[in-house]
Design a protein. Structure first.
Ligand code: C2E
Ligand code: CA
Ligand code: CA
Length: 585
């Protein structure tokens, strides 16, 4: 295939016309052609690699014919009008599908773009031989021009934002492609400006009205346009989102420009209410012309813009680390879904809780472990806070509840009696059927309610909703103990926590681990234990790592301890072994 033919096909494909549905604007022209020449068949056809495809046709049912049989394709190749008075007399077409279907006469005019590529032809066909005058051919050529106007119009329409008349995302893609063909060696940056963040858009529209927001978008577009050199383009991407390209010598230069731009955008607002809600941010990404496509670069620049929102200056240069961080978080959410469904990735480990009085194991905390197929073990401190904020919080806790109860039941049957602690996220308390499901699971395994304890963090318990309050009451009614986890980190007073139906306080590891070095921590822990006891709580110390700490806590009357000093969290088989040896001692 010749280079020109390659380019021609590329230009054709870019128009996205092939294999589209019929459209009135083209059909009107074919109907007119058929009537003007008083011929039964007329068509607008496009020359694809191997076929002639009809965008519009009257008088025939065919939607395409082989390119080798098509007179239209000859028009495309020669880029000039063509009349064949009698197809039967033409060596090239006498055996074509056209003649087979009874056609004898052909006249066609080329459809040529402004760039000089012929896409196809508009043609009229008849069942009898005839001739065509130069004036008639000129009419056909006029019709061809009308078709091209229509195509150009559609192209422009699809690439302009109707609100601001600025080029849109599709145009950005086309321009970027053309730029990368020209291989500019200079440093090109993409600036992504967002005048109002997506979260505030709704309220801004409600307070100021949609017309205000539209006017804001228009003036932002104008302002950005005025900052650009002649020929520079501002692309309108979202309701109040724009992008433009900037050539600069260094990152510092671009950042300086972006800061000035943001300041100018900020000054666009009118009205006090708007000033509160309109917070422009500008993200900057450096463009690697060969490597990036338009979707990638816009995503990168948008990511920088989201980072910019979190900074005081409202401007940020794309950081691959930050982005990798977001991507990892996102991938984690995607992968956790499959981890929940496929066996082998998730498992629980159990960390013993021992009584200081009897030195016996009175309980175990179930702790979730995730072995990611690619990344290996991921700490729950990394993935749980991310999962917790999504819809996946429910299936996560469901999975933990089921597995832990199943394990507890199996130990119970073996005579290992102890209380299993299950961690519940704050958002789980918003599930109206949480306790119901928990109780059902326990009933199924014939597990007594005293064998399960639920751990909720102090912060989850501080600000709870009516639904959460119902679930807490249901736990109390069912006789399931509630422990306040990570106690001391949420700055809430015990007096306040008294209103929550909990029976156990677990003092956070951060206090316990400072006991050895800090007198202040010793005083704090002492006060916490005595206050908790006064209020009727049982006290557990978390993160006990050595004997001195254990002895100190014991001397204060702390009821239970948990920590590496006793044991690390263990897989079920090892936990059983540990129980067997520890009770022998
Ligand atoms: P947490 O509930 O405070 O769990 C105790 C954490 O302290 C566990 O970390 C445990 O391995 C660790 N730990 C225990 N003893 C010691 C010690 O002596 N020294 C030190 N340095 N650490 C000790 P892990 O397993 O990494 O879990 C971290 C957090 O992830 C948990 O903190 C909990 O908030 C969350 N988590 C774990 N499993 C689940 C779960 O099934 N559901 C929910 N919602 N959260 C969970
Ligand atoms: Ca816990
Ligand atoms: Ca804890």
């Amino acid at each position: 295939m010749s280079v020109h033919e390659q380019d021609r096909l590329y230009a054709l494909k870019k128009l996205n016309l092939l294999d589209t549905v019929p459209s009135d604007s083209f059909d009107r022209i074919t109907r007119m052609a058929s009537q003007l020449f008083n011929l039964p068949i007329a068509a607008i056809s496009l020359t694809d690699e191997k076929r002639q495809w009809f965008k519009s046709r009257v008088g025939t049912d065919r939607s395409e014919i082989p390119r080798s049989d098509a007179c239209d394709s000859e028009v495309t190749e020669t880029a000039t009008g063509l009349t064949i008075p009698d197809l039967l007399a033409s060596p090239r077409y006498k055996n074509s599908v056209l003649v087979e279907s009874g056609i004898r006469f052909y006249a066609g005019a080329p459809l040529t773009t402004r760039e000089g590529y012929t896409l196809g032809a508009i043609c009229v066909l008849g069942n009898e031989p005839r001739s065509m005058t130069a004036a008639e051919l000129a009419v056909l050529q006029d019709l061809a021009a009308m078709v091209m106007d229509q195509i150009e119009l559609q192209r422009a329409y699809g690439r302009l934002d109707p609100l601001t008349d600025l080029p849109n995302r599709s145009q950005f893609a086309v321009d970027l492609q053309e730029m990368s063909r020209d291989h500019q060696p200079t440093s090109v940056y993409v600036l992504f400006s967002e005048v109002v963040d997506v979260a505030s858009m709704g309220s801004l529209q409600r307070v100021m009205g949609p017309a205000y927001v539209e006017e804001l978008a228009r003036s932002a577009g104008r302002l950005l346009g005025n900052t650009l050199p002649e020929g520079g383009r501002v692309y309108h991407l979202g309701p109040c989102q724009f992008a433009h390209l900037l050539i600069a010598d260094s990152d510092e230069d671009v950042v300086r420009e972006a800061l000035a731009l943001r300041e100018a955008l900020r000054r666009l607002t009118t009205g006090e209410a708007a000033a509160v809600m309109v917070r422009p941010a500008v993200g900057i990404a450096r463009l690697k012309l060969e490597e990036q496509n338009s979707i990638d670069i816009l995503r990168t620049a948008h990511s920088a813009c989201l980072d910019a929102r979190l900074t005081e200056k409202g401007v940020a240069l794309y950081s691959s680390e930050l982005d990798a961080d977001h991507q990892r978080r996102f991938q984690m959410l995607v992968d956790f879904r499959s981890a929940l469904e496929q066996p082998g990735q998730l498992h629980l480990e159990y960390q013993p809780r021992i009584s200081t009085r009897s030195s016996e194991t009175v309980g175990a905390e179930a702790l979730l472990r995730w072995t990611h197929p690619e990344w290996g073990n991921i700490s729950p401190t990394e993935f749980i806070p991310i999962i917790e904020q999504t819809q996946l919080a429910r299936p996560l806790t469901e999975w933990v509840m089921r597995s832990a109860i199943k394990q507890a039941a199996s130990w119970h049957a073996k005579g290992l009696t102890m209380c299993m602690s299950i961690n519940i996220s704050a958002s789980n308390l918003e599930e109206t059927d949480l306790v119901e499901r928990l109780l059902e699971e326990m009933r199924m395994h014939a597990l007594p309610v005293t064998s399960i304890e639920v751990e909720l963090t102090e912060s989850a318990l501080v600000d709870y909703s009516p639904i959460a309050s119902n679930q807490l009451d249901a736990l109390l009614k069912a006789g399931i103990r509630v422990a306040i986890d990570d106690f001391g980190t949420g700055y809430s007073s015990l007096a306040y926590l008294q209103e929550i139906p909990a029976q156990v306080v677990k003092i956070d590891r951060s206090f316990i681990q400072r006991i050895e070095q800090e007198k202040r921590s010793r005083t704090l822990v002492k006060a916490m234990i005595s206050m908790a006891h006064d209020l009727g709580y049982s006290v557990v110390a978390e993160g006990v790592e050595d004997h001195q700490t254990y002895a100190f806590l014991d001397s204060l009357g702390c009821d239970e301890v948990q920590g590496y000093f006793v044991s690390r969290p263990l897989p079920p088989e090892q936990f059983e072994q540990w129980m067997a040896t520890s009770t022998q001692e």
